[in-house]
Design a binder for this molecule. Sequence first.
Ligand code: NAD
Length: 455
Amino acid sequence: MADTHHDVLDPATGEVVRTVRATTVAEVDAAAARATRAQVQWAAAAPADRARLLRRFAAVVDDHLEELARLEVLEAGHTVGNARWEAGNVRDLLDYAAGGVERLNGRQIPVPGGLNVTILEPLGVVGVIAPWNFPMPIAAWGTAPALAAGNAVLLKPAETTPLTALRLAELALVAGLPEHLFQVLPGAGDVTGNALVEHPGVAKIVFTGSTRVGKSIMATCADRVKRLTLELGGKSPNIVFADADLDAAAAATPMSFLDNSGQDCCARTRILVQASVYDRFLDLLAPAVESVVVGDPSDEKTQMGPLISRTQLERVRGYVPDGATAIRGTAPDGPGFWFPPTVLTDIAPDAPAACEEIFGPVAAVIPFEDEEDAVRLANATEYGLSGSLWTRDVARALRVSRAVRAGNLSVNSHSSVRYWTPFGGYKQSGLGRELGPDALTAFTETKNVFISTEA
Ligand code: NAD
């Protein structure tokens, strides 16, 4: 793979499916200049017209849903069921954001001697930098509300997964969005991505990726006081209390860390189980993990596909020593980047596999004594993205939900992401929020205007 081009591999076979040209720094510059011009026109258009075009974009995505889903299976190895959900998520986000265009209201605040109003103005050109684990939804989480709020968007997809993003940019034009308003710039993070972060014409960066890169982007943005949203890593707990419906908790646990082969920032990779039911819970969990169907992602019955790349496979292997005590599922042999579902059952809470984000199908199960101990363990991490708790006691559910320092919690389920509810991390899992009713305001500046009635 030369620096000027990136090979896109099928993770299920390891074969090259397409080669994509990387965007140079000079090309980023030219794209930013075109986006700046397009944004001025876009912001001046009537809100109803902008909303209509975004709804049309949603409809065109819907018309191409199966094509987009198959492209995601090909470049990211996602199961076809997940990939369809992901393309549908892009459509829904565009629709939801379109509904916000005409509701982007300022406020009228009572003052003496005049009228005081606030105006929510677009930022200008927004740079969205996306990771490879959910290429389509995460691209849309930034892009849809940014466009709806009157901005232009430059999207840099991950090196390994640029194909769906490139197709979405074509579909935007089919839908009638103005040229250059939404441009996709594939390329290396430290070249194309960094050019966006450093560019004086890019008003805000929305970065989703590793905490390490997020910190370096934050430092670069600081120099220009550039606006920034960060969606970073996680090591989320799944807390199972003795009073929970253990059958339901055990049945739901495998896909809480195996979905997308564990390459999910919200993966519940620390399974905390009350000591009094620890053995019983493991007896229920083992068959549930062993029966997860791992294989060809394009097969409708498959629940878990391959990892994204050989590098990721080696990284995951590094966390699971030969002979580790674990519940293991199965995975195909041969070509492709396969790793079996794994639950480490004899591991210290401070071991690397129990503390660091692995981003693979590996979880650690750790016993706790009581509620206080559970909260202490849940919070004993630099991350704070998601978490689940299982209990039949409503008061405990509320107490623990308040005590766990994470942005997205679910009680008696593992759900974290809905496009109409806010999403984001505490601590080193991120900065700011995406999605939900306030998504558009994250792409605006508030201007306060006082008009004297005494002149
Ligand atoms: P990564 O940080 O390596 O890369 C993410 C993106 O940043 C890629 O597009 C990459 O090219 C780009 N990039 C890399 N270096 C850059 C630089 N110096 N300047 C600008 N851009 C640069 O992350 P990844 O391995 O692609 O994704 C996995 C990570 O993403 C995990 O840590 C995961 O937890 C996190 N993630 C977080 C969320 C969330 O919402 N909090 C969602 C999905 C993934």
